[in-house]
Design a protein around this ligand. Sequence first.
Ligand code: UDP
Length: 241
Amino acid sequence: MRNQVKILDVPIDATTQGEALNQLKLFLEGNTLKKVYTPNPEIVMVAQEDQELLRILQEADLVLPDGIGLIIASKMKGLGLKERVTGVDTMDRLLSYCGAKGKSIYFLGSKPGVAEIASKNIEEKYRGIKIAGFHHGYFKEEDEPEIVEDINGSGADVLFVCLGAPKQEKWIDKHKEKLNCRLAMGVGGSIDVYAGTVKRAPLVFQKVGLEWFYRLVKEPWRIKRMAALPKFLIRVVFKQL
Ligand code: UDP
């Protein structure tokens, strides 16, 4: 039975990191495409205005709480989210599993050249993994059928879509009927972390829930997007969830 909680109408799965990985392993053994997203408070706020995004999140097979703000909201309202489960940590565990099982992955997204570097680093780190293919994320709409064909032709088990949110969620949803892989996961800028073009916050920041602060200092232009967090918490406090 799926254990979900609703935060501002967005259903979030109350899993631990370990439970999330077990679920992903099950998805990989299935024979239909499973859609996995990792929203943070900012995306939950976007979904308040964007009905298409809200529907997509509601129809997902697994929605992981990526963002300390969701955990704070859950604590404030006693909703029972267990812990923060980030896209990049989940991806790390999934890549280890794919390496051990010889599963193949495809990357869609990031600037030209980034996926190549990330793929090399991933092949070195996760022995046994198969990189089925990659495509940068700056394509035109008319190129999409060809990209879907390339993904399907590659025989990839897992598709990581790194177009940033909510573009990646909408891309997966648009093509869900045509994709042959088992798992499609929107993982934002994680590919940049694997390529080394973006650094994750030091562990101490991650542990105390201040990864967002580190990112803000490194990428101050994010202040506008991050301003969604206090608005989110205020809305959570005053809304009947
Ligand atoms: N990106 C892309 N195509 C686009 C817009 C963005 O491939 O049209 C990529 C961008 O290069 C980056 C990734 O999407 O690698 C995620 O960007 P960001 O860190 O802003 O997303 P977040 O993780 O915050 O959702």
